[in-house]
Design a protein. Structure first.
Length: 270
């Protein structure tokens, strides 16, 4: 009986000990091993260097670029946007004398048709540019398009105004010139004189500007001379200043140069 009791106690003790053994925790990978695994999965892409040749005002440039980042087409179109499209895109007649005035009046429809054609071509040129896909250059592309639209609308109004100045009243820009061109002769000539006085202040020969005004004021064509000055140098210059143009400044130069790993330049003396 005593032996049986001892056996039962021994079996009970062994059972409790077995149940109290904790399940081993899963092994944690060594931090050095994890780091090594992560490093091994990263693909180090080496720059694929190519050359893009481009010209500026005084320099022939050789730019080394990473073709993993930009294609040659993207650089070519970004260069066009930066450098080649920096000037006036629309070609319209400049009216400075009676001959110019008569030509633009007589050929208004043809001039407007050419303007529409030029605008459509330049619009397509800008919109089809595949510039570098960065926020800066995409913004410049959009602003260049908006500048073109504003310039087109201004040029179209100005061409029509030489024959029908009432069109200027539909535009809020430069209203004092618009009102003068659609008022009495006395008011128009008064505004014309003010314009000539302002023009003379910035001219190397102010007396010539005012003498020319007095000669034209006493001419039988004085109304046409007033139209020329008030539309070309008055309303035209004022409206042109209101076109929101892209700032082609040092920042743009730096942004373009930043597309290259390095640039080698050969420049002429200025």
């Amino acid at each position: 009986m005593r032996i049986a009791l001892t056996s039962i106690l021994l079996l009970s003790f062994l059972s409790c000990k077995k149940d109290n053994q904790s399940t081993p925790a899963p092994a944690v990978a060594d931090s050095a091993q994890v780091s090594s695994l992560k490093t091994d999965t990263v693909v180090n892409v080496q720059p694929k260097q190519e050359i893009f040749n481009f010209g500026t005002e005084l320099c022939d440039n050789k730019g080394y670029f990473d073709s993993n980042k930009y294609s040659r087409k993207e650089l070519e179109d970004t260069y066009k946007l930066w450098f080649e499209l920096s000037g006036s895109l629309l070609d319209t007649p400049f009216v400075n004398n009676l001959k110019d005035l008569n030509e633009i009046r007589n050929n208004k429809d043809q001039i407007l048709a050419k303007l529409d054609k030029d605008f459509a071509e330049k619009k397509a040129q800008i919109m089809n540019l595949k510039v570098v896909n960065t926020p800066y250059w995409q913004h410049i592309k959009q602003k260049s398009y908006e500048e073109l639209v504003q310039s087109y609308e201004m040029e179209k109004i100005q061409i029509i105004a030489y024959s029908d100045p009432s069109i200027l009243l539909k535009n809020n820009n430069c209203s004092h010139f618009s009102k003068a061109l659609n008022s009495t002769d006395e008011q128009m000539f008064s505004e014309w004189k003010k314009l000539r006085e302002n023009m003379s202040k910035g001219n190397a020969s102010p007396e010539r500007i005012m003498n020319e005004f007095n000669e034209r004021l006493n001419s039988s064509d004085k109304r046409d001379f007033a139209f020329i000055d008030l539309i070309t140098f008055g309303w035209g210059n004022c409206a042109n200043d209101k076109v929101q143009r892209v700032s082609r400044d040092e920042k743009m130069n730096n942004e373009f140069n930043a597309l290259f790993i390095k640039i080698d330049s050969e420049c002429d003396e200025p």
